[in-house]
Design a protein around this ligand. Structure first.
Ligand code: BDR
Ligand code: CA
Length: 312
């Protein structure tokens, strides 16, 4: 299996991404979860990561806490989407395992440097603070990593926090700018693709019908999550952002994109946190990102359901 590190701020859709990875042990080995502040504060995101592993019966996967705040700006959270705890909609038992003592960016560096070159894939699902700190400590991880497959950014669809900016990039644009400029090979799942992967009520019913403890918990979570997005986007259901990263690793043929240059606006103002995507190569700047814009949504949701069939 491919070795991956999931850097995350769970978060409802983060939680689905983690389950999608854990439900595919043949293809993916999750080396660890690294928590970052984002959707809610770090105390919640780190504990939520432990709770999710407990639910999945995978307390063997280590969890590391990372940055509690962005590099430069104040933390802005998204309780209005994910609830007070980040995982509203289901009551999880308290975790029986503890966080590992290392600081997440340190563990990322250590893991990537001690393993064979190009053997670890990093999947950031939240603000890019931990990833930027790891890159600052050891810039060589950029090219030592297989790739960074991240959820973040928006071009065609426009932003979801401001008209220009998507949440993960907006929360820590300085970190994001560093990651895109790091020299790492990046695949970006932006709102341009995630807004084409909407949760449908019929799919939620299929999930509920599995009747397992994981399916039951996620039916609760996603029913809560859906309410927000449905009101906002007026569709049958809201976009399920973060699992697109894991789905891309499992089934790249479900997606289409283009290799382009992406840079991040860090100047305060209307476009703060915008991903500037050079779709038509007008700048001549180095193409650093595969920017995904299309997904086979049915195939994507089938993949998630399959993972839940294999989970407890
Ligand atoms: C991103 O923001 C968060 O609220 C989600 O978990 C996702 O990572 C979408 O903009
Ligand atoms: Ca997230």
């Amino acid at each position: 299996p491919r070795s991956i590190i999931i850097d995350t701020d769970p978060g409802q859709d983060d939680a689905v991404a983690i389950m999608l990875a854990l439900g595919n042990t043949d293809a993916l080995e999750v080396l660890g979860l690294t928590a970052v502040a984002g959707n809610v504060g770090l105390a919640y995101t780190a504990t939520n990561a432990l709770k999710l592993l407990e639910l999945a019966g995978r307390t063997d996967v280590p969890v590391f806490a990372g940055a509690a705040a962005p590099l430069v700006v104040q933390l802005e959270t998204a309780e209005y989407v994910h609830g007070e705890t980040g995982l509203n909609g289901w009551v999880f038992p308290e975790p029986t395992t503890a966080l590992r003592p290392e600081f997440a960016p340190d563990w990322i560096v250590e893991t990537v440097m001690s393993r064979p070159e190009k053997s670890v894939t990093l999947c950031p699902l939240g603000p890019l603070t931990n990833v930027a700190l790891a890159l600052a400590k050891e810039p060589r991880i950029a090219t030592r990593l297989d790739r960074i497959v991240l959820m973040g950014g928006a071009q065609i669809e426009g932003g979801n926090v401001t008209p220009a900016a998507e949440f993960n990039i907006y929360v820590d644009p300085h970190a994001a700018a560093r990651v895109f400029a790091s020299g790492a090979e990046i695949v970006a799942m932006s709102l341009d693709v995630t807004h084409r992967a909407l949760i449908r009520k019929a799919w939620l019913a299929d999930l509920a019908a599995l009747g397992t403890r994981c399916a039951e918990a996620f039916t609760g979570l996603l029913s809560f999550y859906e309410r927000y997005d449905e009101e906002k986007y007026g569709s049958d259901g809201g976009p399920l952002h973060d699992p697109t990263t894991i789905a891309y690793l499992l089934a790249p043929d479900l997606f289409e994109g283009k290799l382009v240059n992406v840079e991040v606006e860090t100047t305060p103002g209307l476009c703060f946190g915008q991903t500037v995507v050079d779709r038509w190569a007008v700048t001549g700047r180095k193409k650093n990102t595969t920017w995904i814009t299309k997904v086979d949504a049915d195939g994507f949701f089938a993949l998630i359901l399959d993972a839940f069939r294999r989970l407890p």
